[in-house]
Design a protein. Structure first.
Length: 296
């Protein structure tokens, strides 16, 4: 468990003790500060005061599971009652944002097919490791599997595997199942749906499932990008880290990107979100397309 710094834990815990008048109300200022600091230290996610109402709404989901009546009682349980060890993962699960779509920011997948994959094969790679480092409920890694499988079928290789990681255990549980609403799969074109998506016998269910041959290519694991090292095995040829850096401050962004680059082979490709930038960071990469970078 990550150590909790800034003020001492004892001092912050003493500050967080709620009065009887606040137990059923919103978070006290001191409890919001305590939670915001913990969430930042643990996950790198900034929690400014403008997100207080959002945080309160999400945390209310946990009250009945913990057996308390109010948000300040919940903080008392976390920081004074020793509950943080058992509750940390659930706390982070409810505060993380998990927006995702199939073929989101499609220019990246076009670049993979037309530029990155041919180049990696030309470099001599016969097996490619691809990492979706903030995979959410699985749309991104399964999209990557579709793109990779299309390329392999068209070119006769190379072999590949996909690692999909996320901080949230809740989204990983959903991702492993590979079951999605029919509406969510709409960005996938009809030809790919025929090859890679299984339709239910009863269309009224409104759900589809990713084909087992694709699911077999994707391995899921919990990983915190705030960790000081990433235990993902051998270096990757392709890393996707999209639409997560925006939740970090600049100092954290640089640390995360540096660790990601350490896990990228020379000549490998890093993809970040279209609203993100790595300008000003001393990283061993060169830009080769919009929000696409190659390890040097």
């Amino acid at each position: 468990m990550r150590a909790f710094a800034s003020k001492t834990s004892a001092a912050l815990a003493e500050e967080s003790r709620p009065s009887a008048s606040t137990l059923g109300d919103g978070l006290s200022p001191r409890n919001f500060e305590l939670l915001a600091r913990y969430i930042y230290d643990y996950s790198g996610i900034k929690m400014p005061i403008t997100k207080k109402t959002m945080l309160e709404g999400r945390l209310r989901r946990r009250l009945r599971f913990v057996g308390v009546d109010g948000l300040n009682q919940y903080c008392d349980f976390l920081f004074n009652g020793g509950g943080i060890e058992s509750e940390a993962i659930h706390l982070i699960d409810v505060v993380t944002t998990n927006k995702t779509d199939f073929f989101r920011e499609p220019a990246h997948f076009d670049h993979m097919t037309n530029k990155a994959l041919p180049d990696l094969v030309a470099q001599g790679h016969r097996r490619l490791r691809v990492w979706s480092s903030a995979c959410s409920i699985g749309a991104e890694p399964y999209t990557l599997a579709m793109v990779m499988e299309d390329y392999v079928q068209a070119k006769g290789g190379p072999d590949y595997s996909i690692l999909a990681t996320d901080l949230s255990t809740d989204v990983l549980r959903v991702a492993k199942r590979g079951i999605f609403s029919a509406a969510m799969i709409e960005p996938v074109d009809q030809e790919r749906r025929k090859r890679y998506v299984m339709e239910p016998r009863d269309p009224a269910r409104g759900e589809v499932r990713i084909h087992p041959k694709l699911r077999a290519k994707v391995g899921f694991a919990r990983l915190n990008l705030m960790d000081t090292s990433y235990g993902v095995g051998d270096a990757m040829q392709v890393i996707f880290c999209r639409n997560v850096l925006i939740y970090f401050d600049k100092k954290t962004q640089e640390k995360v990107l540096t660790r990601l680059c350490d896990k990228l082979v020379p000549g490998g490709y890093l993809y970040v979100g279209h609203s993100e930038t790595i300008t000003g960071f001393a990283l061993p990469v060169r830009q080769v397309a919009n929000t696409v970078f190659q390890r040097v």
